[in-house]
Structure formats: C-alpha cells, structure tokens
Design a protein around this ligand. Structure first.
Ligand SMILES: Cc1cc2nc3c(=O)[nH]c(=O)nc-3n(C[C@H](O)[C@H](O)[C@H](O)COP(=O)(O)OP(=O)(O)OC[C@H]3O[C@@H](n4cnc5c(N)ncnc54)[C@H](O)[C@@H]3O)c2cc1C
Length: 379
C-alpha cells in the first residue's frame, strides 16, 4: 500500500489543500490539533434562529481577492456587502462620543458570507468526505526525514504514535512550527529565525460580539461603525445578518493581551458593554448574548511573541524548505502566501501553491482549479 499524503492543520488552507488534492485524484489524511475544523475561522450560533457571528475573520474583499469570490460562489454560498450606511461615532480619550455625518467605508468594499465564514470551511469539509481521512484532537509533535517519506510524530487522546507520509503539507503558522515541531535533520538556523520572526496575522487579537433584538443604532441613523481612542474596543462594526433582522455589533479589542489577561473575560465583557452604551445609547447595555473570543490565549494559534499587537500588516512570502526535504514537504497556510498573506484569500493561494508542488513532484502534473484562468495566478 502506498504511503499517504498528510496535511497538517485543518484551517481554511488545510481544508482547501485537501479538497484540491482529492479533486486531483489523491486521498489525504488531514491532521488537526483542535477538536474542530476551521482554525482561525469560527462562527458562533446565537439565539433560536441560530444567527452565526464571526468570532474570527468576517470579511473578504471581492474586488481585491477574486479567488475567494470564485470559491464562495462555486460552493453556492451567499455573500453581502458590509453594512455601512449612516453616521460614524468617534470616541475621544475622555470617553466623549461624537457623531460624524459620513461613515467609514472600506475601500475596496468588504463583504461577509451569509451564515458566517464557517459556512465556507463547512462547505469545503462536506466535499472532502470519503477521500480525506480527518484526524481531530491530533497534534504534530515532530518530523523525521526517512528514505521513503517523512515520519510524523503525532499525539492524540490515546498517546503518541508515528505516521509515515509520502508527502506532507504543513499549514501551521510559521511561529508555531518553529516553536512546537522539532525536525530531524534540523533546519538551518536562519530559516528557523525567519519563521520565529513571522507574525501570525491577528493572533494577538481579541474580538467582542454582542447580539441584540433589533439594530437600534440604525434607527438612530448610525451605521454601527465606530472608532474609540479610549477603549477597550478600538474599532466597532455592524455584525447583523444581511437583512438586519438578526442584529449584532462586533468590536476589535484594542486593549493589550496583558491587560485582557489581568482583568479576565467577564470584566472585559462588562467594560465593552459599558463602552457600547456610551457610544450607541442605553439600548446597547442589554444584549441578548455577548462573548469575548481571545485568540492570544489559543495555543494552536498564538505564541508568546504574538501577544503584542502589530502596528502594520507584515509582508508575507512563500518559503522553500531545506533541500533534503524539498520533494517531501511543502509550507502552506496564509502566512506563506505571496499576494494575500494574512487574509483568507492568502490561505487559499498558499494551499494552491503547495498542492501544485505536490502534483508536479509526483506526476509532473500542474494544478487545475475551476477558478477562471485570470483568477488562478495573481503572481
Ligand atoms: C480576530 C481575527 C479576525 C480576522 N479577520 C479577517 C478578515 O476579516 N478577513 C480575512 O481575510 N482574514 C481575517 N483574519 C485572518 C484569517 O483568519 C486567516 O487568514 C485564515 O483563517 C488562516 O487560515 P490558515 O488555514 O492559513 O491558518 P489557521 O486557521 O491558523 O489554521 C492552522 C491550523 O493548524 C492547526 N495546528 C496548529 N498547530 C498544530 C499542530 N502542532 N498539529 C496539528 N494541527 C495544528 C490549528 O489548530 C489550525 O486549525 C482574521 C483572523 C483573526 C484571528
């Protein structure tokens, strides 16, 4: 029996890589440390109608990332423009909110997936079924290069075990890979140092979400978009469904992860609701549901180096593995995308590049996606 192709990490990049390999006729094993699929993609169902709120990524930009748009439409998912009609609220350091007549429109406009971004990872997972063997709660602990493949040291609830793989695609963020996965033979120090320097996009972030019975801010002529120089939320947006019948606001927490850890999630929720009340009025004080998702505390996303907020979007790039590993191992995950690094679209691009490497090395066969030719390569 031939050795399997193993993909490590079942976030968007790993799921898409597995989907592409299945379509090209290859069975795969998809290994995921968490008890769920999706990685940084996480949508939480709220209320009886199950409106799903994005606790991780919420937006994609159709004009900037045709690859995401094409995949979403091919999978039959609905999407809609981020609601931004109405006035912007700006809060100064003194906690005094001011209404600005023009709102803050994103350029190019951002869109959201109806039902949450998790619809995308679930639709991809549904297409994998029999051709992908998914192993949840299974953590990669190390890798050894062997004459016929890569020996993966894995751990699940039953203990440690080894899996020999013909080829491996790693979608783990580079910092986690450098920190958690020793390789034999060792990788050069310069490459390890580069991986440690590569920030995991949004890993140090926390997001606050609050669901309401109605989008009361819209009734006051407010868009739901707000900026605060006091906090704890630095930036707030409307997170309602496409019709506004399932109402919600989300805020990115500007307060540092040290501060968040010191006060704990319940106090952060209390402070966030007090801020929404200052900025949007008394109706904001009584959500149907509210929650904080702190990604900085997630060991399969963030390292100690990710706790400080990033001042700018890093420039990400493709990375080759050391020569002895080169026909056995490919690096994917959004932090390996040359054009859309950090974004959902980058997770797709990096997966395509890695799968193309696997296919060319096995069969000299180029990758065919059913995205249109102009969308296939942006490089
Ligand atoms: C709060 C927040 C907001 C964001 N907003 C946006 C947005 O609006 N638009 C946008 O485009 N992007 C946004 N992003 C970024 C987006 O989430 C990522 O680009 C994308 O989800 C990355 O997918 P990935 O598969 O490359 O990585 P991940 O989703 O991180 O997947 C990696 C997987 O590897 C697993 N793993 C880690 N270590 C191991 C191990 N040792 N063994 C086995 N498995 C392991 C992890 O559990 C995870 O499932 C946001 C991110 C966050 C956190």
């Amino acid at each position: 029996m031939s050795l399997p192709i193993v993909i490590i990490g079942a976030g968007l990049s790993g799921l898409y890589a597995s989907h592409l390999l299945n379509k090209a006729g290859h069975d795969t094993v998809l290994v995921e440390a968490r008890a769920r699929l999706g990685g940084r993609v996480l949508s939480h169902a709220v209320g009886e109608q199950g409106h799903r709120l994005d606790m991780g990524p919420a937006w994609f930009w159709p004009a900037m990332n045709p690859r995401m748009l094409a995949l979403i439409e091919r999978l039959g998912l609905r999407h809609f423009a981020q609601f931004s009609e109405g006035a912007l609220v700006v809060e100064g350091p003194d906690g005094n909110p001011q209404r600005r007549p023009t709102t803050w429109e994103q350029a190019p406009p951002s869109h959201r997936i109806a039902g949450g971004v998790q619809q995308l990872t679930e639709a991809l997972a549904a297409q994998l079924e029999a051709r992908t063997h998914i192993k949840l709660n299974t953590t990669l602990l190390g890798m050894k290069l062997r004459p016929h493949g890569v020996e993966l040291e894995l751990q699940d609830d039953g203990g440690r075990w080894q899996q020999l793989a013909r080829q491996v695609i790693l979608t783990i963020p580079p910092r986690l890979l450098a920190q958690d996965v020793p390789m034999i033979p060792e990788w050069p120090q310069a490459l390890m140092a580069d991986m440690k320097r590569t920030s995991t996009w949004m890993a140090g972030q926390a997001k606050f979400l609050a669901a309401y019975a109605t989008p009361f801010w819209r009734e006051q002529g407010l868009s739901g978009t707000a900026v605060s120089h006091r906090g704890p939320l630095s930036e707030i947006h409307d997170a309602s469904d496409s019709t506004g019948s399932q109402a919600a606001l989300f805020g990115l927490v500007g307060a540092s992860s040290d501060y968040r850890r010191a006060i704990g999630p319940e106090e952060l929720k209390r402070q966030s609701l007090a801020q929404l009340t200052r900025m949007f009025g008394a109706a904001a004080a009584h959500p149907l549901w509210s929650e904080v998702q702190d990604w900085a505390w997630e060991p399969h996303t963030a390292t100690a180096a990710d706790q400080r907020p990033l001042a700018y979007h890093p420039s990400y790039r493709r990375a080759e593995v050391p020569a002895p590993w080169s026909s056995r191992l490919w690096l994917a995950g959004t932090e390996r995308s040359p054009n859309f690094g950090g974004y959902l679209g980058g997770a797709l691009e990096a997966a395509e590049l890695a799968v193309e490497g696997v296919l060319i090395s096995t069969e000299g066969q180029a990758l065919e996606t059913d995205l249109t030719p102009t969308m296939q390569r942006d490089t």
